[in-house]
Design a protein around this ligand. Structure first.
Ligand SMILES: [Zn+2]
Length: 804
């Protein structure tokens, strides 16, 4: 049958109540009502499969946990399951002392008796009796007159009074009485009051406070808008006598979808108590949802006296017991309610969180309340145990703001606007390609992979291992503009390139352009920086710098470039890492020039490449001057064979052999003029200063000689000892050392450049480098010195007494 063009021929409007001086519309709710959960009765009766005793027990315990103090647990006269459930709760002592068990009974003596038997022995019990009072039920269903209806209620109220008094005497159970004129909203207003007055008189012991009688005024079926319900409640509250001895209980159903509104308006109209179910379960469209009502109060700053700090576990228990889902868009509880899909919402939330964080910090400093004030989020999801992670999800409608927010939340990175756009595109591409919604973890992982950010598993092809930035005067001194920019920066670092350590050197106006210069020279990567920004990450000692950089190929200023990010405790380090992050994106899979030793006289890259080979083969990080020195040696060795060398390739083996020979590095002792046999280095005196004495033996020109001397440190002690054996003067021009490896495997490498003046008169000075490695750092330094000595053209002192 189609819908009628004139539905007034079929449906009558609700009967309006004339209440021109109604007060409720201008009142405000300032405190929570008494809550009565009827999940286990009204809710359970409405289930296709009523709950088992185990499920009812689980649900009961959840209600108690949430802080519900009045729980309608059963309709005990209707089924043995219900009766046994109530007995079990009492006998197993599952009811806390401050919780009232409520049980429902119709107005029939035998059923009332069984109902009271069910709660005998409970600490607190509410007997809830109802009879139908509306004309429809009076005339059609029960064929009762008004008088008969009142008489029925009165008679059975008296029976309840008598039986509960007997039960109290025997078991000590404290009783309250609740009466429902069923279908209250469809009952004539004055007749509803008439019945309740008669019941109150029959009960005969309603008093203020704890002794109040409860009148439940159900919208058994919701037939009118919420203002109609509120008018009915206000009318009842104003006309019932001894109002102070009455608890007015509201029992809205949701047939029109306005159960919540009816309950809230009914509270304004004088309701003291609300009966409902969690998440709105119940006959047809359900009872009013207590969770929704409680959290509405909470969002207004009113304590609801119900705790939903872990709403997910409440949802789990309730859905498991009812076998009904909670709608994904159910207020406060649905899985999507703290989720923003649209880009503009995500953006607003991101900004909201940022502003709120500042406002909260300021309010906290002033000792003021930190109010929740967020676009699109009426309450803080965290209060319900929901995490912010769920706040933003990404689909094809999502914006860059939401994604940037997630990156900020999870990695602390505040991406520049243009980088947000770039990363947004990356995420969109993945979402499109995989045709799915991207979750938080997907986005964070995508960020790490894209920008090679956060640990070895996300490492790119180029990885910064160590670096040094030094300044040097401009290559072309500009006297006219000497005030600024005349200092250039030099980058000197070690970068892992496709798994091979490479020494990279470059120059530029700043550290980043110096690195890019190095990459251009050594790896044929030609990029320049278009955008750069930075911010600090964290506070105090933990503070680090985050840098963002966009690189572009030369001459393509308009096209999109590649973004990179770097984090380091050092600001130069974070910038350099950001550059490499962007460069990794820019180079993709493109092959890079392999390390080849092109040792000519016009090849800029070769000095660093030579150092790279020594580093990879011997793990030696040569000091800069030694790099230059060795490079000269290499060039000469090539030049010796062919005078017209411009660019010549040298094999790794040749180079390493040349290095060992040149610096006496790890050569057999018999191959050098001086070698160490044994030594002992000791502090002089009480050790309060650093003066040292060395005692040992060396082999000098094939003969064992004592080594004995003192100095301000190990090196000067060794030189003093050497001066006893060799004519002329040695001095240390440069010394450095570093460790190789880690833990028990660690060894020391030492580099020393010695000068030697053999002839004091002519002042002719020569110099040589020595390189050595030993597990003991003093031995390593000592051996390096002896290596250098061996390379110098020294003259031993003649032996006393001609014993040689
Ligand atoms: Zn109901």
């Amino acid at each position: 049958m189609p819908m009628l063009s004139d539905p007034s021929k079929k449906y009558k409007p609700y009967p309006a109540l004339d209440l021109p001086d109604r007060q409720w519309p201008s009142r405000r709710t300032t405190k929570a009502p008494i809550w009565l959960s009827t999940d286990l009765r009204d809710g359970n009766q409405a289930l296709a499969n009523p709950m088992t005793i185990e499920q009812k027990t689980l649900f009961f315990q959840q209600l108690v946990k949430c802080g519900v103090k009045e729980i309608e647990v059963a309709y005990p006269a209707a089924s043995d399951t219900d009766f046994n459930f109530v007995r079990m709760l009492i006998e197993k002592n599952l009811v806390p002392d401050d919780v009232w068990l409520q049980v429902l009974t119709p107005a029939r003596e035998d059923l009332i008796k069984r109902t009271i038997d069910s709660v005998a022995g409970a600490k607190h019990a509410i007997i809830h009796m109802y009879n139908a009072t509306s004309p429809l039920f009076r005339n059609v269903v029960f064929r009762n007159s008004k008088e008969e209806t009142v008489a029925l209620a009165v008679k059975h109220t008296k029976i309840i009074r008598q039986l509960t008094e007997e039960c109290s005497a025997q078991t000590g159970t404290v009783f309250k009485y609740e009466y429902s004129p069923e279908t209250f909203t469809q009952t004539e207003p004055d007749f509803a009051i008439e019945v309740c007055e008669a019941v109150k008189a029959a009960w005969g012991k309603a008093g203020p406070g704890e002794d109040r009688i409860i009148f439940n005024l159900p919208a058994t079926v919701e037939i009118g808008p919420c203002n109609h319900y509120a008018d009915r409640i206000e009318h009842f509250c104003r006309n019932i006598t001894e109002r102070e001895k009455v608890i007015v209980s509201l029992h809205p159903h949701n047939d029109r979808g306005t159960g919540i509104a009816a309950a809230e308006c009914g509270l304004l109209a004088g309701g003291d108590r609300i009966e409902g179910c969690f998440f709105g379960n119940g006959e047809r469209t359900g009872n009013v949802d207590l969770v929704n009502l409680a959290l509405n109060l909470y969002s207004q700053g009113i304590p609801p006296n119900l705790d939903f700090s872990d709403i997910q576990s409440v949802i789990e228990v309730v859905t498991q017991c009812n076998d009904l889902p909670v709608h994904p868009r159910h207020p406060y509880a649905g899985e999507l309610v703290f989720t923003a899909f649209s880009g503009s919402h995500q953006d607003a939330i991101k900004k909201g969180f940022e502003v709120q964080r500042k406002q909260h910090a300021e309010a906290k400093a002033r000792g003021e309340n930190q109010y929740w004030d967020m676009p699109y989020l009426p309450i803080d999801p965290a209060d319900l145990g929901c995490s912010y992670e769920a706040v933003i999800r990404v689909n094809s409608q999502s914006g860059k703001g939401g994604i940037a927010y997630l990156v900020k939340q999870h990695l602390g990175l505040d991406l520049p606007r243009k980088m947000q756009i770039a990363f947004y595109q990356v995420v969109q591409d993945i979402a499109d390609r995989e045709a799915r919604e991207m979750m938080v973890d997907d986005i964070v992982t995508a960020f790490r992979k894209t920008y090679h950010f956060g640990g070895p598993s996300y490492q790119g092809r180029l990885v910064l291992k160590s670096f040094e930035i030094s300044s040097e005067p401009s290559v072309e001194p500009d006297t006219e503009r000497s005030d600024s920019q005349d200092e250039r920066r030099r980058f000197d670092g070690t970068i892992l390139v496709d798994g091979v350590l490479r020494v990279i050197k470059g120059e530029g106006n700043g550290p980043l352009s110096a690195l890019l210069d190095g990459l251009r020279t050594h790896l044929d990567i030609d990029l320049s920086i278009r955008e750069y920004s930075e911010h600090t990450l964290g506070e105090g000692k933990e503070a680090r710098a985050a840098s963002y950089v966009e690189v572009v190929p030369p001459g393509e200023g308009r096209k999109a470039g590649w973004w990179g990010v770097g984090v380091d405790s050092d600001i130069a380090g974070s910038g350099l890492r950001a550059v490499l992050s962007a460069v990794n994106a820019a180079i993709g899979d493109r092959p890079l020039p392999e390390l080849k030793l092109l040792v000519g006289f016009d090849k800029r890259s070769s000095l660093a490449d030579v150092a790279s080979v020594v580093l990879n083969a011997l793990h030696l990080e040569l000091p800069k001057r030694l790099q230059a020195s060795f490079f000269e040696v290499v060039q000469r060795s090539v030049g010796d064979k062919d005078d017209d060398v411009r660019v010549k390739e040298v094999s790794y083996d040749t180079l390493i052999k040349l290095f060992r020979e040149t610096y006496g590095y790890e050569v057999a002792p018999e191959q050098s003029r001086v070698s160490l046999k044994s030594f002992k280095m000791e502090y002089l005196g009480d050790g309060s200063d650093s003066r040292r004495e060395i005692n040992g033996e060396i082999v000098l020109d094939g003969k064992v000689r004592p080594l004995k001397g003192q100095g301000n440190g190990p090196l000067s002690a060794v030189l003093a000892a050497l001066h006893e054996l060799i004519e002329g003067t040695f001095a240390v021009r440069e010394y450095s050392e570093h460790s190789i490896g880690e833990g028990s495997e660690v060894t020391a490498a030492s580099y020393v450049e010695l000068t030697y003046t053999r002839d004091e008169e002519s002042q002719k000075k020569s110099a040589a480098w020595g390189v050595a490695r030993d597990t003991d750092i003093t031995a390593s330094g000592l051996k390096a010195v002896l290596c250098a000595v061996s390379k110098l053209d020294f003259k031993p002192r003649s032996l006393v007494n001609g014993s040689a």
